[in-house]
Design a binder for this molecule. Sequence first.
Ligand code: SF4
Ligand code: SF4
Length: 93
Amino acid sequence: METHRPSRRAFLRGQLLYRPVAVIGDTCLAEAGIECRSCGDACPELAIHFRPRIGLPPQTFVKVAVCTGCGECVGACPGDTITLGRAYRGDAS
Ligand code: SF4
Ligand code: SF4
């Protein structure tokens, strides 16, 4: 099967446009009603926050503008639900 590789220019442009960022998956233990903040404890940038909500443990979310994509949270997650995705440079959420 033929595969298409990006041109060097497109590759470099992609490197400039995107950067790695932590993504919290659907199987976060908080969604199953289990209190967990392991990722927040592991994050050296304090990029992971927990939004209070009624009836469930706080919802876990990543401040994309602060996350460096270091991956420390990935291994710390007992639910194995954090992955490194891509964010546009300049994302400020
Ligand atoms: S990838 Fe690194 S900086 Fe980003 S949320 Fe995880 S531990 Fe924090
Ligand atoms: S460590 Fe994993 S399971 Fe625990 S709060 Fe973070 S994303 Fe959810």
